[in-house]
Each structure stands twice: as C-alpha cells, then as structure tokens.
Design a protein around this ligand. Structure first.
Ligand SMILES: Nc1ncnc2c1ncn2[C@@H]1O[C@H](COP(=O)(O)OP(=O)(O)OP(=O)(O)O)[C@@H](O)[C@H]1O
Ligand SMILES: [Ca+2]
Ligand SMILES: [Ca+2]
Ligand SMILES: [Ca+2]
Length: 593
C-alpha cells in the first residue's frame, strides 16, 4: 500500500518522491524497449496480486498456472515454487520518512522498518537556510540544453562550456530544486554531495566534477557528461543476464571505484545500476559512478543509523540502523547477482516485503541459470551477500577474490587492515596467540590479499611500524579523508609506534575470524589452527580469567565453563573458536559491535 497514507501527503517528502517515481518511470519508457515493465510501486501493490503484471518482461518465464506469488518470500520458507523475479527496473529511494539521523531508536533484531518508523516532523520550511555559497553566474560559463536523465531528487541536462578550459565541451548539469529541500537533512545532503564529488574527482571510474552553482530556485552541479547511458539500461537491453566475462568487467570497475571511496571514508549508500553511467555508447566503454546524493563520510569504527538507499539494494544492517562501509558491499552483491542471473536476489511487492526478504530470505542460487555459473562466481556473490556484515568481503578483498583476481592490476589499500591491526595491537597476549595460530591455517587465497596489503605498507627490511601505516594512508589521502577523519584511527594504533611487525605477525593481525568463519572450509581451518594453538599458545586459563579476556560478565561463567577442558584447564576447540570471535554472551544476538 501507499506509504504516505498516514501522513499529510501534500507536505510529506514521500509524496514528492512518489510523484517523481512516476515521472522517472515514464521517462525511462520513452527511451527503452516498450516491453520492459518496471516493478510495481508499493502504491499499486496492494491492489495487484496478479502474477501476469510482469509477463511482458523479457526476463520472465511464466509462473506455473494457479501459483500465486507470495507477497513475502521470507514468510514462506517451505515454498515449492520460486516465482520468477521481475526485471531490475529503476529502484526508488527508501521512504524519506525513515530517515532520521541520530534518531534514538536502537536497532532491534528482527524488526522491520515500517512507514511511520521515525517521527515525521516537517520543520517550518521558512526557517531553512537554502543558501550554499556557490556562485550564481552559471549562465556566463555554461549553456544549458535538453534533459538527459532524471532521478527522484533532480534532473540532469546536457550543457556546454562557454569559456575557459571547457569552452565548446559538452557537460552534464544536475539540477536539484530547492523547493524539494524541505528538511535540514535534505539540504545537508546536497551540500555533502557537492563536497564529495569535488573531493573524490580523479579516480578513473569516478564522475569528474567541474563546478557548482545556485540561484533562488536550484542548485546546479556541473560535471563530465556520460553519453553511454546507465548500466541499468544495458542490463535491460541484454535481457538481464551477462556472461561471466562481461559481468566481471562491470563488477571490477564498480569495486575499484568503491574501494577508492571507502578508503577515503566515503560510503555511497545508493549503489545500484542506475548510478553507473557509461562514458560512450561503445560496448567496451568504461563506467563512471554518479549520484553521491545519499553518501556520507564515515570513520572506520563509526556506526551510521539513518535508513537510506533503494530497497532492492539495501543491506540488512542498514535496516537495523547500525552500519558502515559494508553496506555498499551488499549492494554490489545485489548488482553482481543481477548481472549473473538476470533477477533480483530479494524481491517482494511492497517495500516492507522487500525488507523482510533482505533480512531473512536466502537468495536463490539453485535455479537456472545458476547451475551453469562457475563456482567462483557463486562463491563471490555469496561472500558479498552475507547477512552478517562482519563476514562480508571488503571491496579490496573482492578484487582479489579468485573470480576477479588479476595479477596485472594494482590492488588498492584496504582500510580494513587498519581496523584489524588496531584491534590486534590492543588485544591481550592470549588473544594474539590465538590469532597467530589461526593465521597459520589460512588458505592461500587469503594470503594473496595479505601480501598485497603488506607490500602497500612499503615494509623496510621486511618490517612495518606505525609510520608505515601512517604514510600509506597519507599517500592515498584526498580532501575527503580529512572530512571523514579516517586518519584518527592512527591515534589508537599507538602501540605500534615502538614495535616492528613482520609479515608473519601482520597476517595474524590482519585476519578476521568472522570472515574466515564464512568460508566453506572453516571447519578445517579452525581445526588446523587449533592444532597450532595447542602447540604454541594454549595455556591454562581459569573461567574468571577467560570471562575477563572476553569482556564477559559473571553471568557468563557457566557458559564459558564448557569451553575449558576439565582435565588440563586449557581451551577446547569450541572455546578456541568462541574466543577468536570475542562473542559476548549477553549481546550474542546483537549483530553490531
Ligand atoms: N554526468 C552525467 N552524464 C549523463 N547523464 C547523467 C549524469 N549524471 C546524471 N545523469 C542522468 O541523470 C539521472 C539522474 O541523476 P542522479 O542519479 O544524480 O539524480 P538523483 O535524482 O539523485 O537520482 P536518484 O533518484 O537515483 O536518487 C541519472 O540516472 C542519469 O541518467
Ligand atoms: Ca535515476
Ligand atoms: Ca541516481
Ligand atoms: Ca540520488
């Protein structure tokens, strides 16, 4: 059902977005094959339970006769049929009404955000300051032409430089109406969009920013013009499915630019095929990432809590209001899934149905074409679509995954190693011994990644210290990194200042037990690791001491008792793996730390 029905539709931002949804879809149909049917918007969902509403899509095989699609995949775990999913048509933003920064609501496991979650308190529009400090003389520098694209927040026009370097050059001008900036948050979003575009311009898959202007009615963002259309349109034109080779070329470009954003402490929060543009019509044209309208700066350890993005692509932890960079990785998983099979991994007719699916349903990897997809590709997608954000690969790790690995390409620096090494140098000797044993059991695939990261730290005589970590970050810093305060993490890595770390110890420091646990081979890995631990690190430990090591309260004593062998007072295998994870008993159902 419509999500804005309980609110004053005329003034709610949702209503505005809804109307733009319609405009966007109509616009798209003009330049696309007529048979492409966008997914139903929630406002039509309640009245239309007919599976034939998608029958004209090029991706559809018809449902078995008499089978009604369930409105919620998650609610029907034992179902016999998986209905064919609709095509990946333009996604609309998650209802703006759920957007509440710093809203005191703590994430609750298993709750699904609904309309009205988060109070809608439209501030007096008159009190909003809509001046950005951008120059107003756009007409002097650029000529404006016809519309080339439209989103929910703005439309984009063709333009041409009138003077200077860009004289005679085509550009794109995204026009964002000030009338639609009805909250302080939406104004801040535009300010941040410009700031981020400016700071990140430079990567080869990043849209190049030229200028920002404003007048009484609009903000204008002048940028490089991409003439090859959206990735979404190419997916649709191909009938939804890419060969693995073609999918790889797309996914590598996405990961490469997202790895760059992430190192700078920028989370995009709206990764979807609509937000990647090809520079030219050419089949082999490179792609550029656009639309930082929902992006934010984030420190490595910070948790963001506002629910933004597009429902089909939103990560579960975003719905739980506690997330960081890994949320983007989930969205890339959704895109990769779509490229490889032509359907969405999480789908339902209503927004809350999609959320339920995101939170609880396992994507289908069994039906056609999945049996014909390589095991590496499947493993790749599964490791992006892990519901536990701690188990997900980072963008850099994904680039070094066997499905994509390319020895000829430079691997970017990964902020994850800073987080992990930081925890390592601040942990107890017993924990470090446990991690050292684990590092001796890791598969070669993981070593490729670790080697690349270690060499990016430019070790001297095989050793790194805090200054190596510092200069590696500084070497890659843009203005965005100042804003996101990524460099702050170096302050808490202080124990490394007077310590030299060789590759062996780096491996122990820069591995994540959570990520390793997600591997099919985890049982073998942990058993082998435990054997090393038995030889070198397993010492006698009391229940009290173990609880202390793991930051557990006295109530946990009865649980950890079972992790210690009665005959010699050392950890057993179960205790070892639990200890590695640092499970907190009381919070073991809270997935966010
Ligand atoms: N640099 C560009 N060159 C060509 N077309 C562009 C460019 N930037 C944006 N567009 C077109 O304009 C559309 C809208 O731009 P953008 O995605 O930035 O707007 P938005 O309103 O924030 O969108 P959304 O609804 O996804 O939030 C894009 O989907 C694309 O088709
Ligand atoms: Ca769009
Ligand atoms: Ca967009
Ligand atoms: Ca946007």
């Amino acid at each position: 059902m419509g999500h804005c029905c309980s609110k004053d539709a005329s003034s709610s931002p949702v209503a505005k977005h809804e109307s733009h949804t319609a405009g966007g879809a109509g616009n798209r149909q003009n330049h696309q094959a007529a048979e492409v049917v966008p997914a139903p918007t929630p406002s039509t969902a309640g009245t239309n339970s007919n599976s034939n509403s998608f029958s004209s899509s090029p991706f559809q095989s018809p449902l078995p006769s008499g089978v009604q699609p369930s409105p919620s995949p998650a609610a029907t775990p034992g179902r016999k049929f998986r209905w064919p999913l609709p095509p990946p048509s333009p996604a609309k933003p998650i209802m703006a009404i759920m957007r509440r920064k710093g809203h005191g609501k703590s994430p609750r496991q298993g709750t699904i955000p609904e309309e009205g979650d988060g109070e809608a308190t439209p501030p007096a529009a008159a009190s909003l300051d809509k001046s950005f400090g951008y120059p107003s003389n756009m007409a002097a520098k650029y000529e404006l032409g016809k519309e080339v694209g439209r989103g929910h927040f703005g439309h984009t026009c063709w333009g041409k430089g009138k003077k200077g370097e860009l004289k005679g050059q085509p550009v794109a001008v995204k026009i964002i109406s000030k009338a639609k900036m009805t909250t302080a948050i939406s104004i801040e979003d535009v300010r941040r969009e410009v700031k981020i575009l400016k700071a990140l311009s430079g990567h080869k898959h990043m849209i190049k920013f030229h200028d920002a202007f404003e007048d009484a009615n609009n903000v204008y963002i002048v940028m490089e013009l991409c003439e090859g259309g959206e990735l979404l349109d190419r997916i649709l034109a191909r009938g939804g499915r890419y060969t693995e080779t073609d999918a790889k070329a797309i996914v590598v470009q996405i990961l490469s630019v997202v790895a760059y954003c992430h190192l700078q402490g920028v989370v995009h929060r709206d990764l979807k095929p609509e937000n990647f543009l090809f520079t030219s019509r050419d089949d082999s044209s490179p792609m550029k990432i656009i639309d930082f309208g929902l992006s934010d700066f984030v420190r490595p350890e910070e948790r963001l809590n506002d629910i933004v993005g597009s429902a089909y692509y939103v990560a579960p932890e975003v719905l739980h209001r506690s997330y960081n960079l890994e949320a983007d990785i989930w969205s890339i998983g959704v895109i990769a899934y779509i490229l490889l099979c032509g359907s969405r991994p999480f789908w339902a007719r209503t927004e809350s149905g999609i959320f339920r699916s995101v939170l609880r349903a396992d994507p289908n990897f069994d039906d056609s074409p999945w049996p014909a997809v390589s095991p590496e590709a499947k493993d790749f997608v599964k490791r992006l679509l892990n519901k536990d954000h701690r188990k997900r690969m980072t963008a850099v790790q994904a680039l070094t995954h066997p499905w994509l690995r390319d020895e000829t390409q430079a691997v970017p620096l990964d902020i994850l190693i800073y987080k992990l090494v930081k925890s390592y140098v601040r942990s107890t000797p017993f924990k470090r011994a446990a991690l050292k044993a684990l590092s001796k059991a890791i598969p070669d695939d993981e070593l490729t990644y670790l080697r690349s990261q270690f060499s990016l730290l430019e070790p001297r005589d095989g050793f790194v210290t805090l200054s190596n970590f510092k200069s590696a970050l500084v070497r890659h810093a843009t203005d965005a990194m100042k804003e996101s305060r990524v460099l702050d993490i170096l302050n808490v890595m202080e124990p490394l200042a007077h310590k030299k770390m060789g590759f062996e110890e780096f491996c122990a420091a820069a591995i994540s037990p959570y990520q390793l646990e997600a591997l099919d081979d985890w049982e073998n890995i942990s058993t082998t690791a435990f054997q090393h631990f038995e030889l070198e690190g397993n010492r006698v430990i009391s229940v009290e001491e173990l609880a202390l090591e793991m930051n557990l309260g006295p109530t946990a004593h009865s649980v950890v008792k079972d992790w210690i062998r009665s005959y010699d007072g050392k950890l057993n295998l179960l205790g070892y793996t639990k200890f590695l994870h640092g499970v907190t008993i009381r919070n073991s159902n809270a997935r966010h730390r």
